[in-house]
Design a protein around this ligand. Structure first.
Ligand code: SF4
Ligand code: SF4
Length: 277
């Protein structure tokens, strides 16, 4: 069912139109967003997982071989995220197995000792590296990883830190420390401005997301919130080809979305359920 048809049928059934729409006109980039693990070595207050008020659901972990076969069959560029992807034991095998014509991007906090695993990666990778000052992770381990990575011509990177209320106290001192050692880390704005997340009163929404979000066992979910909660699983890309890019549903959980669920190509028609604003 399309977004428009589901909005029309729900509005007809409840005899009330949506109270408002939230949307993001960004165009889907076609990439697979794969979470090989939801485990993390840090525990940031502003993390999606913490914002959901719970630790992530438990998933079984797929083998690197299974990921490689499914990614290459789909023939799409891949973003590896989490959690901390470097906690997934087969990360270098997974990355090395992806067809050379596909791009690989990795989101990481770069705070584990990574020299050995970086040396095992033998194909181009673009890293999105976030420094998380609140956790007092070791700055010199981060620096050592960063310089080791930058020495490798296969690798490129964006390095940033979130300028959040919880991090502000230590952030400037850390960024100065990095700069004095020769590494520039830029500040990014806090993205927790989406009012569909962190709310106590939940609303109904017709939600459409054009995205491929894949959990650690290969199961696809419509949004990050559902992935973290292991709620309403879709197809499993390790067992069968992925279905259409658009995922549409009538959702009772608007308000419990992850802060990043408004990123990417998204349409939501929100019903007020008779509640006062
Ligand atoms: S490093 Fe990232 S995934 Fe880990 S707790 Fe912090 S925000 Fe969450
Ligand atoms: S929880 Fe939010 S983002 Fe996820 S399907 Fe429901 S409305 Fe959409």
């Amino acid at each position: 069912m399309t977004f428009e048809k589901l909005v029309s049928s729900h509005s007809h059934q409840t005899s009330s139109p949506p109270d408002r729409h939230c949307s993001n006109p960004a165009k889907f980039d076609g990439h697979l967003r794969i979470y090989p693990t939801l485990a993390c070595n840090l525990r940031c207050d502003y993390c999606v997982n913490e914002q959901m008020g719970q630790r992530p659901a438990v998933f079984s972990q797929a083998s690197p071989e299974a990921w490689v076969q499914a990614i290459n069959r789909e023939g799409r560029h891949v973003v590896l995220t989490g959690g901390e992807p470097f906690l997934y034991p087969g990360l270098s095998e997974l990355i090395n197995g992806v067809n050379a014509d596909l791009k690989v991007r990795v989101y990481t906090n770069f705070c584990l000792s990574l020299r050995d695993v970086l040396d095992r990666i033998q194909r181009p990778v673009h890293f999105f590296i976030s420094w998380h000052p609140q956790q007092r992770a070791d700055r010199d381990t981060f620096l050592d990883n960063a310089f080791h990575m930058l020495d490798n011509p296969l690798f490129t990177a964006d390095m940033h830190a979130i300028d959040a209320e919880e991090t502000r106290a230590g952030l400037d001192a850390d960024l100065d420390y990095f700069l004095k050692k020769g590494l520039t880390v830029t500040k990014d704005d806090d993205q927790r401005t989406f009012d569909g997340s962190c709310q106590t009163a939940l609303k109904t929404a017709v939600c459409s997301k054009i995205i491929y979000l894949i959990g650690p066992d290969g199961t696809r979910f419509q949004c990050v919130s559902r992935l973290i909660r292991k709620d309403r699983p879709m197809e499993n890309m390790l067992k069968s080809p992925l279905a259409t890019e658009e995922a549409v549903s009538l959702c009772p959980d608007f308000g419990n979305c992850a802060p990043c669920d408004i990123l990417g190509q998204t349409q939501m028609a929100v019903y007020n359920n008779g509640q006062e604003e």
